[in-house]
Design a protein around this ligand. Structure first.
Ligand SMILES: [Zn+2]
Length: 255
């Protein structure tokens, strides 16, 4: 079972025959440890906008950058030993003159593969004569150091087993108590709509003769909402590698 929402890029899939500890380890590895690129340092050449340097820097730090994990390594694991080189850092420049809005797309990257994931993010508004000129340094980093490095939002639920009935008299009596999104075009309760719209909790316990919900303790629906740096597939495959590495390290330390 794999579902993808084209609008948000959110992906969900079922993980069977496991336990909450394992699924949560996968979740935490993705949000804390799978690295992404983000702007870390900025050298301002000109800034006559109404925003302080610090505010512009903060906004640029939060711009998700498409990340190529094959080409970059974490500074701490890099041959340069954290000094900063082409394998762990990347320069981006921005040069804009008012009047007009400065967008994330105005950031010019030295590496065409690493660029803002969303080109239309507003950074600052410039009036006539105002200027913004800077050089930014992006580095590969981890979500546990700063949330700007986190590749997305990840969560999971126990797999619900939903039994529905559409008894007319009960439906008329309780219809108002359920969210409108759980009914299909013909006004019937639809179990898929309950799951897709994340309304399982909202439907539980209202009227068990209409919607009865039980949970499976071993199966989990896993949700990933990427923020644009990596695809959900890259997030999961990298998390699996990193998780194995940390287990091996743990094993070594035990010995
Ligand atoms: Zn380096």
């Amino acid at each position: 079972m794999l579902k993808k929402d084209k609008k948000t890029g959110r992906v969900s899939f079922l993980i069977k025959n496991t336990n909450p500890a394992f699924v949560n380890s996968l979740r935490r590895t993705i949000i804390d440890t799978v690295p992404t690129m983000a702007i870390e340092d900025i050298e301002f050449r000109k800034n006559s906008s109404v925003l302080y340097d610090e505010i512009v820097a903060h906004r640029l730090g939060l711009v998700p950058l498409k990340t190529d994990l094959k080409a970059y390594t974490l500074p701490a694991k890099c041959k340069c030993e954290g000094e900063g080189c082409a394998r762990c850092t990347l320069k981006l420049t921005l040069k804009a003159k008012g009047p007009g809005t400065v967008y994330s797309a105005d950031l010019k990257s030295k590496d065409p593969k690493i660029k803002p994931a969303y080109p239309k993010m507003p950074i600052a508004k410039l009036l006539k004569g105002q200027e913004l000129e800077l050089e930014a340094t992006a580095v590969l980093g981890e979500g546990k150091d700063h949330v700007k490095f986190s590749p997305g939002l990840v969560w999971f639920n126990k797999e619900p087993k939903i039994k529905t009935s559409n008894k007319q008299e009960l439906l008329e009596k309780h219809k108002e108590k359920y969210p409108a999104e759980v009914f299909d075009k013909d006004g019937k309760i639809n179990a898929d709509l309950i799951i897709d719209n994340n309304l399982v909790d909202a439907c539980d316990g209202v009227c068990d003769d209409l919607i009865q919900i039980e949970y499976n303790d071993k199966n989990f629906i896993f949700f990933i909402e990427p923020w644009g740096q990596l695809t959900p597939a890259e997030m999961v495959s990298n998390a699996a590698v990193l998780f194995n590495e940390s287990l091996e390290e743990f094993e070594k330390k035990l010995k």
